[in-house]
Each structure stands twice: as C-alpha cells, then as structure tokens.
Design a protein around this ligand. Structure first.
Ligand code: BTN
Length: 279
C-alpha cells in the first residue's frame, strides 16, 4: 500500500487525481466480482446506471464506478454527497440464488466485507449501525444501498451500491453531514491510495458473497453481530409509520433487527433508522 503523508494544512487541499484502474485490476484475483468495470468521470448515480445495465442483461459481478455523482442516493430517500476524486462510489450487479425474502442478507454481507476492508486500513475495527452504516468513533464512514428486482419467487438482480469517504477532509464536508461523518483521511491523517482500498474491498466483497452463496448466512450473521454496536443497548427506532423504543437484541435469519420493546414484546424491524438512547 502506498500512502501519501499530509499535514493538517494540506488536508484542506483536494488531490484531483483520477483512479488508475489498471492498478485496481492488476492482481484482482476474484471469482465473481469485477470481471467488467464501467468507469465514469461523473454520473447521476452508479446505482441507477447499474440497474439499467442489469435490466439489459449485464452479468453478475459487473461494477459501475464513478469519480463523482450528481444525484448520489442514500437509504430512506436521502442523498449521498459525492464530490469528485476523493472517495469511492460504486455499484455491483449481483444475481444471487436467494429467495426475495432473503435479499437483506446481501446488505449485511456487504457491511461485513466493509468492516474487514476498513479495519485493514485504519487498524481498528469499525462498528456497524443496523443495517449497514459503517461507523468509526460514532461517525459515518461508509454506507450501503441495495436495490432489488424480484419475481414472486426469485431475485432477478440486486444492485449493491457502496459509498466510502476516503480522502475527503471533514472541513470540506457540507454542514449537514460534518458533525456526523468521517473519512479515512480524518481518522489517519494520511491520504490513502484509493486504488488499494477499492481493490481490497472488491476482494472482501467477493469472498463474503462466496461465503453467503456456498455456506449460507449463519457465519456472516455471527460476524455481523460482533461489530453491531448497539446489542443490548436502549434504542429508538424510527420507521415510516411509527417509533419503537426498546432494547436492541440483534438480527434474525433474514437480517431484520430484533428489538424488545418496553412491553416485553419482540419487534421485528425490516426498514428504519436506529438511534442509541442514553439511559
Ligand atoms: C446510505 O448509507 O444511505 C447508503 C449510501 C449509499 C451510497 C452509494 S454511492 C454509490 C451508490 N450509488 C448511489 O447512488 N448510492 C450508492
């Protein structure tokens, strides 16, 4: 891994260096992911483009990568801030042999792969905020957005979209995210080689996806739970139509969050935002 040292003053400067894709592809020994890479200097959303490709029959493992997104999408209809040349924004087309009900397992699989990659660059493991936010020191470093297309009994394809803040100075982040987001640069005070991070992440995703397909969800779920920062903690869960307050208990076989509410009832959450509560 090649690392550029920067001091805090330089941290404010943008390094407008495009990704050297050959460095990513050289030695990328993967089985399922990364056989074809679609690269854009700028795009609306890599997820949107990957969906179009998948609908036209693109193969499993094709990756759409962009230096910048003009309409980067986050979970729950939020946007994902995507400035050029500093971060990673990419989407992978998957065609898993899973029932539609098990599609959320892919999101959690991606979170486990991200934790492995991030830990190898910052030295300490991050935590996972259900279902798939990657946090370090309580601040968001990366997010995963999965979008599926299903028939009644099978998944046609899943678009796994990942955004990671790498060389993005916190001081340059818009006000709305500055207090709650972080980047590898901010954590290590060093610019990271984006190609090395991307290659490692594609390899970790390939490995974890292989595990899911070949061995099922159980071992990935156990690893996910190790990094789940809120187990047995009091939480507030905000859903579209209600709010639940209770104790987070972990995840079930389909990746749903289990919360024991204050009436002792076990609630199964499939979509929502979870926040820690001070007792
Ligand atoms: C979240 O935490 O809200 C999910 C963020 C996912 C962002 C990535 S960036 C690449 C891909 N394309 C998008 O439009 N979104 C995902």
């Amino acid at each position: 891994m090649r690392v550029l040292e920067v001091d805090n003053r330089q941290e404010l400067a943008r390094i407008e260096e495009p990704l050297h894709l050959q460095r990513v592809l050289d030695g990328l020994a993967t089985r399922r992911l990364g056989a074809k890479l679609h690269y854009f200097a700028e795009i609306d959303s890599t997820n949107a483009y990957a969906r179009c490709l998948a609908e036209q029959g693109a193969n499993e493992g094709e990756v759409v990568l962009a230096e910048a997104q003009t309409q980067g999408r986050g979970r729950l209809r939020r946007s994902w801030i995507s400035p050029p040349f500093v971060n990673l924004y990419f989407s992978v087309i998957l065609r898993p042999r899973l029932a539609p009900v098990h599609a959320p397992q892919l999101t959690l699989m991606a979170a486990v792969a991200l934790v492995d990659t991030v830990a190898s660059f910052i030295g300490t493991p991050p935590t996972i905020k259900w279902p798939n936010d990657i946090l370090v020191g309580g601040k968001k470093l990366a997010g995963v957005l999965t979008e599926s297309s299903c028939d009644s009994d099978r998944i046609k394809f899943v678009i796994l979209g990942i955004g990671v803040n790498l060389n993005y100075p916190v001081a340059s982040m818009p006000e709305v995210i500055r207090q709650r987001a972080t980047s590898i640069l901010s954590l290590t005070k060093k610019n990271i080689e984006r190609e090395a991070f991307f290659q490692r992440l594609i390899r970790d995703l390939d490995r974890c996806y292989g595990e899911l397909e070949e061995m099922g969800f159980d071992s990935l779920a156990s690893r996910w739970e190790v990094f789940f920062g809120l187990r047995d903690k009091r939480v507030r869960v905000e859903m579209i139509d209600k709010i639940i307050i209770g104790t987070a208990k972990g995840i079930d076989r389909d990746g749903a969050l289990i919360v024991e509410d204050d009436h002792g009832e076990r609630q199964r959450i499939v979509a929502g935002d979870v926040f820690p509560l001070e007792d």
